[in-house]
Design a binder for this molecule. Structure first.
Ligand code: NAP
Length: 372
């Protein structure tokens, strides 16, 4: 059995990965080792009722890391930058599976999303590729939703606006959103109890506290609760944010497109806890009916579910809170737009910790174990 080292398993992506691996009995086929940058010597995750305690190894100890056949990291770019190079210097020949973006666009890496690019993955394994990197969450979720249209070469371009959850920034960001909520609620809770409360005075109080320096905002750098942040990640030279840049770059890499598909838009952080939503304008290449489009989308994979374009079903199903914690990829608000018969609108939601991060990683690990 292969020795598999897990780094970053305590975080949001890592803990969802461990949960899924336990559910799918993936630990039965490997010898797992758990690492930490901050909890060395403490106990690792509980995988089954009667297990011995897992002691956490030092995630910076390359002597132990190089003993692993496969390393799965859900920690982040900074870790990958340092440790991957060190292991390569030591001539480590194992498989590197990563949720962070540092190695994604490298020539010798494959972005894994096997329902979409299974062939590329198997060809890569045959050729000896050793780096399999999970895609950007919004990109993977968008591809899962529109895979049928991509495979039939029906998409000319996509314009997108995202609505990305606080937890997309990691566990600290999710906690900060909760702290901001508590902070603001505490400051107005007595005003709310007064039956003669004046709502505009409460709103003014909230605004003043939100703009003050006393509210926690170390991670988001501004208040997210009751607000939004139309910028995610660094600035690129063309004015896009890096998150927006990934839309086109990663889509084309995953699909290994011969002709570049244009994907562009704005990425926005909102105060939801889990799930990323995306509002899409899609230019299709042929004038086909919405009915046909729905069929192509829903026939592609078993996770994508169409929500009829009616109010009652939309507010019941097409919401982050409904999709959260599931592998379902919902897509609704499908209709032809006033711009012309080849323009369709769509709204899609997926759990960014599952199909957007942990599930492609879990599945590539399974593929590597079974095929190497
Ligand atoms: P995270 O929640 O911030 O966790 C990363 C690591 O931080 C943990 O494994 C843990 O490592 C350490 N940590 C410190 N304080 C912690 C606490 N209170 N609770 C839990 N862990 C704590 O990061 P993440 O969101 O899982 O993201 C990991 C990587 O996946 C990043 O590269 C990210 O860009 C990428 N990604 C994230 C998402 C998402 O939706 N969050 C989606 C796709 C990809 P130690 O045990 O070593 O201390």
């Amino acid at each position: 059995m292969k020795c598999v080292g897990f780094i970053g398993w305590r975080g949001m992506v890592g803990s969802v990965l461990i949960e899924r691996m336990i559910k799918k009995k993936n630990f039965d086929n490997i010898i797992p080792y758990f690492f930490s940058t901050s909890q060395i010597g403490k106990s690792g995750p509980i995988l089954s009722k009667n297990q011995d305690i897992n002691i956490l190894y030092n995630a910076y100890d390359t002597d132990i890391l190089q003993e692993m056949d496969i390393l799965v990291t859900c920690y982040g770019n900074d870790y990958t930058k340092i440790i991957y190079k060190k292991l390569k210097k030591k001539k480590w020949k194992g498989y590197w599976i990563d949720a962070s973006s540092y190695l994604r666009m490298k020539k010798k890496s494959i972005i894994c999303l096997d329902p979409i690019n299974k062939e590329l993955i198997y060809k890569g394994l045959e050729k000896g590729i050793k780096n399999f990197i999970g895609g950007n969450c919004t990109v993977s979720l968008m591809l899962m939703a529109l895979s049928g249209l991509f495979k039939k070469d029906l998409i000319d371009w996509i314009s997108v606006s995202t609505y990305q959850a606080a937890s997309g920034g990691g566990s600290k960001n999710m906690c900060e959103l909760l702290e901001q909520m508590g902070f603001i609620y505490k400051s107005i809770k007595y005003d709310l109890k007064n039956i003669n409360y004046k709502i505009l005075e409460i709103e003014k109080k909230i605004k003043n506290i939100s703009l003050s320096n006393i509210i926690p905002k170390e991670n988001f750098k501004c208040v997210l609760f009751g607000s939004l942040i139309p910028w995610i990640d660094k600035r690129m030279n063309n004015g896009q944010s890096r998150e927006e840049w990934k839309g086109q770059a990663e889509t084309n890499k995953i699909l290994s497109s011969k002709k570049k598909i244009i994907v562009d838009g704005l990425c926005v952080r909102i105060g939801t806890f889990r799930c990323h939503s995306q509002s899409l304008t899609i230019k299709i290449k042929k004038n086909i009916s919405i009915q046909e489009i729905k069929q192509i989308i829903s026939n592609d994979n078993r996770w994508v579910k169409i929500v009829p374009n009616v109010y009652e079903e939309t507010i019941k199903k097409l919401t982050p809170i409904n999709v959260s914690g599931t592998l379902n990829i919902l897509i609704g608000r499908l209709r032809k737009m006033n711009i012309g018969s080849k323009y369709i609108s769509a709204f899609t939601i997926g759990d960014q910790l599952l199909w957007g991060a942990a599930e492609p990683i879990r599945r590539i690990l399974e593929i590597i174990i079974l095929n190497t």
